[in-house]
Write a new protein. Sequence first.
Length: 335
Amino acid sequence: MNTKNLDLLNIGLVAISLLVAFKLPFELFLFSYAVLGPLHYLTEINWLKEHHYFIKSNKKWTYLFILFPIIIAIYPIYAFLNLGISNSLNDILILINGHSNTLLLIGFFIALGLLFVTKAKHIFLVLFLAILLAIILTLYIPSTLIFIGLFLPTIVHVYLFTFLFIVFGALKSKSKNGFILAVIMLCVPFIIWFIPINPKSYNLSQTVRETYIATNMMGVNAKIAAYLNLLQNGQFMALSEIGLKIQVFIGFAYTYHYLNWFSKTSVIGWKKSITKQKGILIICIWSLSIALYIYDYKTGLIALFFLSFLHVFLEFPLNALTIKEVFSIKNYKQK
């Protein structure tokens, strides 16, 4: 598929994702996260590996982007399994979990630094500065840390970075349809905001409600409402007009993020990096993950927790590179 047709396809995927999100905002998110999400994690991690994670220096530095998700995943898995370990070890795990947002910051700052340095001594300096800056933000600007912790692996990852990837692709290919796609993507939150929603037309089953709460995305919804000063009497109502509009955006953002990735097989060639053996392994893991979600959504969520955060961290260098390229002045001098 050529670039023009791919951009037209993605305009259609944006429209379909948005329409379904308006109709079934909670159900769409739960389906996309459980079915499309794991396949996206597995195929993207394989593609990133084939491209050396877009790191110019020694690839061993990617071990940091593997270590951090392991550390972040320890406490949720421990809490879910209810292992009943000693109080002192329990306190240590709680302490580590309380600093997971700091690790996200450190990981992203390291990815930014790796754009500009390749020598080991310089990378150690980047690591030191990343840790120092993350600690300063933690101590003196805690609201920034909360914002990063909640939104960097969620809304920023699935919406903002997807938008930047689209802009980067349009700048690179000089595709008119690519720029139209970027504008449409940018307008989606405003479209959702201005289209009226009748809360009485949404019937949320108890199963869907409990499942959605188990994903902890309800907390993300509430924080979005709080940051936008849209709480009602200090409370977040999921089935209010505001609550539903936020959920429509989240359902759209996650679904289109995954569909955008799967539509790029012919452009970025991620399918070519999958050998027959890798393909079988990916299908097996994907099938197992769906089975776990069907058995119990929270069990599937915890089982895939590490893989979800792993793909977020491993994508940080690509995210940083995309930001650099999108805002590079040379792109605009050539136009």
